[in-house]
Write a protein that binds this ligand. Structure first.
Ligand SMILES: Nc1nc2c(ncn2[C@@H]2O[C@H](COP(=O)(O)OP(=O)(O)OP(=O)(O)O)[C@@H](O)[C@H]2O)c(=O)[nH]1
Ligand SMILES: [Mg+2]
Length: 225
């Protein structure tokens, strides 16, 4: 997997990230951690691991992905969480599919062989509703719009010209993939529980922002980039 970079956004993940890096240490790909310079605990926690650290100029999950993607030099990249919820066993199959079809590959919790140990009833219902809105508003043929375990060619990720610095980027990515007529497919994936530390997503505030993003884009769609 020499042609792959994992873009790993991290915020206060000093408990989980070292364990994640331990689990993936034998995977021969580049690991790019994107965090805030004030997050000294996380920086200290991974000092024994081979990875590149980028300190964000701005804040937020979306901004971490944007700054990470802009710094990738390999042909392929995959968004990968620092909390242990993404199982790395899917990386190989996702990369092979992406290379074979030159397509984006979405990992999905809600298709065959998928599942989640992390969903609450609220997040399950929310995820299903947002995925349905994605289907109705944008004809998005994906079964899990918010998982954001996504593999693809770096050039195409860069062409999306992503702009949201918060969790709205989770829906911006698939919408822009669709608008640009890029190929995409899904594979089933099981979401594990986060290893430790605190959840950063607020179901109500971030859920509201994501809903707003879907509606705004339906009324005034992004331009093809
Ligand atoms: N750099 C950076 N990373 C972030 C920020 N917010 C979240 N992250 C990271 O983005 C990933 C996803 O965030 P999570 O808190 O796990 O979101 P979630 O998966 O919906 O929540 P859980 O159900 O608790 O796992 C994790 O690796 C976080 O550390 C942020 O503001 N800046
Ligand atoms: Mg998580």
């Amino acid at each position: 997997m020499k042609n792959l970079t994992l873009v790993i956004p991290a915020k206060h993940e000093e408990y989980s990230l070292p364990k994640v890096l331990e689990e993936i240490k034998n995977i021969k790909c580049k690991k790019l951690i994107v965090l805030s310079k004030s997050d000294t605990a996380t920086i200290r926690s991974i000092k024994n691991y081979k990875c590149r650290i980028i300190k964000q100029k701005y804040n937020g999950y979306g901004n971490a992905l944007i700054e990470g993607i802009n710094n990738v030099k390999t042909d392929y990249l995959c968004i990968f969480n620092a909390d242990g919820s993404f199982d790395p066993k899917y990386l190989n199959i996702m990369l092979n599919k992406s290379m074979l079809n030159k397509s984006f590959v979405f990992a999905s919790r809600y298709t065959k062989a998928g599942g989640s140990a992390d969903d609450s009833l609220l997040t399950l219902i929310g995820n299903k509703i947002f995925t349905l809105i994605g289907k109705i508003f944008f004809k998005l043929n994906i079964s899990d719009i918010l998982f954001t375990y996504i593999m693809g060619q770096t050039t195409k990720f860069k062409r999306l010209k992503l702009s949201n610095s918060d969790f709205r980027i989770c829906v911006e990515i698939p919408i822009k993939i669709k608008i640009n007529n890029f190929k995409y497919q899904s594979i089933g994936s099981f979401e594990r529980k986060r290893l430790g530390g605190k959840k950063k997503v607020n179901e109500f505030i971030d859920g509201y922002l994501i809903l707003l993003e879907l509606i705004m884009n339906y009324l005034n769609p992004y331009e093809k980039s």
